[in-house]
Design a protein around this ligand. Structure first.
Ligand code: ATP
Ligand code: MG
Length: 464
């Protein structure tokens, strides 16, 4: 129930308002001077205080200031006999929420209180949502108990406390974005939104205006002034995903912003200082890109103040059972089939698979398995793993191609390339072999032959 305090030395105002609020089912108390009001406020939790500016003991402005000192959230509405603009501005600077002039109608009060409570509710919901985000993206939600992942947890906690730039590297689907969010939402900037741009997904002409903004008339189509992401993310974090895709001609411009800590909109000469923490991600080894002259070395060093490299899933297979468990729980909310877990055969199948698409691929496989599963436990045949998963009996690591004769080496590499493209085509064709053969430009017979060479279990696949 909402609790209201009215501080006014005029007993009739106090009484009328108290009766009105009680009618609205609020708890309403009154105080006849500043001192009494402050004591009540300190003793109890109120939602709103109506405060007369003309009090017999302490000046109302001073009372407002003292209330704000110990309570940041209470809604303060000042009641004034007169209201000059200057005095009102001063009051807002102290932190009051609104004011009302005497004499007032009771429905003015009603409207004001409803508005204030609505705003308060929205604010509380916002705080809750922000807290939820911090919960969703906390480092512990990056599942894994392998040494490598424990190290990642440690690094996130260490680095999030400082405003240094971080470069996250790792194959596709290893959780780079998850780590970026965990850093932001564990940092001092967590109450501000997390901004992100995928440099690989936007045409290069657009990246520039997205990042830096532009002035009206800077180019055809620039019909209004527009802020760029650096301005939006001022005081917060900007995630530059797939940074390796940033066109070479934009790299000096980004470097300049990072060095100067200020940004100029396209077509503008004005420098705007910005305080943005940069987290970037690359699925390629950026150092290699530097060596290939595709990425500027100076920019690389600016971005890579702190490095987090995520290991591919095949190098931390001990995390697979935990991740499967996690995804089963995650998707049980939407796939309501009462799935309780996974059989040991299915786990074995997943442990023997390479997961070139890493955690994302595992997540998709679990989700798919949950959709097709018939019982309470996910079985091996519920996991449709890609062609690549069916490994040769000999492990690659045991094979020394250099020791093979040309014929065998050629066959070895042909098989390997076949696997990659057949795998892609099968996926694209949703495991329809006729369709996949069409995509590959080979006959269905050839595809069958190649699949059998790879040891694919036809029965399992054709039943899909
Ligand atoms: N350790 C983990 N625990 C739980 N979920 C994870 C983990 N790692 C990745 N995921 C999940 O896998 C999916 C892919 O993760 P994310 O998008 O962070 O990867 P990425 O490295 O950015 O991939 P890409 O390079 O393809 O953009 C997401 O749904 C994410 O929630
Ligand atoms: Mg990503």
């Amino acid at each position: 129930m909402n609790k209201i305090l009215i501080i006014d030395d005029d007993p009739s105002v106090n009484r009328v308002m108290q009766i009105f609020f009680k009618m609205k089912n609020f708890i309403a108390e009154t105080a006849k001077n500043g001192d009494e009001g402050l004591k009540l406020l300190k003793k109890d939790n109120f939602d709103i205080v109506f405060l007369d500016l003309n009090l017999p003991d302490i000046n109302g402005e001073e009372v407002a200031r003292r209330i704000r000192e110990f309570d940041k959230n209470i809604i303060i509405v000042v009641i004034t006999g007169y209201a000059s603009v200057k005095s009102v501005i001063k009051l807002f600077k102290i932190g009051i929420n609104d004011y009302i002039q005497k004499p007032f109608q009771i429905d003015e009060i009603d409207f004001l209180v409803e508005k204030m409570l609505k705003n308060k509710q929205i604010e509380e919901e916002n705080i809750k949502l922000k807290k939820n985000l911090s919960d969703i993206y906390k480092p512990e939600n990056i599942i894994g108990k392998s040494k490598a992942i424990e190290e990642v947890h440690k690094l996130i906690i260490q680095v999030s406390q400082y405003d240094v730039n971080v470069l996250i590297q790792g194959e596709s689907g290893t959780g780079k974005e998850m780590v970026a969010r965990a850093i932001h939402f564990s940092s001092l900037r967590k109450d501000k939104p997390f901004y992100a741009i995928n440099c690989g997904a936007i045409p290069s002409e657009l990246i520039e205006s997205e990042l830096f903004g532009y002035r009206k008339g800077a180019f055809t189509g620039a019909v209004t002034d527009r802020k760029g992401l650096f301005e939006d993310a001022n005081g917060s974090t900007l995630f530059l995903d797939e940074i390796n895709e940033l066109p070479l001609h934009l790299q000096p411009k980004l470097l300049r912003v990072l060095q100067e800590k200020s940004v100029k909109r396209i077509g503008d000469n004005k420098e705007l200082s910005v305080d943005v923490r940069i987290i970037s991600a690359s699925s390629l080894d950026l150092k290699n890109e530097v060596a290939k002259k595709k990425f500027r070395e100076d920019l690389y060093y600016r971005l890579n103040v702190f490095n987090i490299t995520l290991p591919p899933l095949r190098e931390r297979k001990s995390d697979i059972p935990l991740l499967i468990d996690h995804f089963i729980k995650k998707y049980s909310k939407s796939i309501k089939k009462g799935i309780k877990g996974i059989t040991s055969d299915a786990i074995k199948k997943c442990m023997n698979y390479d997961w070139n698409g890493n955690v994302r691929e595992l997540e998709n496989a679990v989700q798919r398995a949950m959709v097709i599963a018939k019982g309470e436990y996910l079985k091996a045949h519920d996991f449709i793993l890609e062609v690549l998963s069916i490994r040769d009996k000999d492990d690659d690591r045991g094979i020394d191609v250099d020791k093979m004769d040309y014929k065998n080496a050629l066959q070895y590499y042909t098989d390997k390339i076949d696997k990659i493209y057949i795998n892609k085509a099968m996926k694209e064709a949703k495991y329809n072999k006729k369709e996949a053969a069409k995509i590959l430009g080979i006959s269905e017979r050839t595809l069958y032959y190649k699949l059998s060479r790879m040891g694919i279990n036809f029965k399992e696949r054709s039943s899909l």
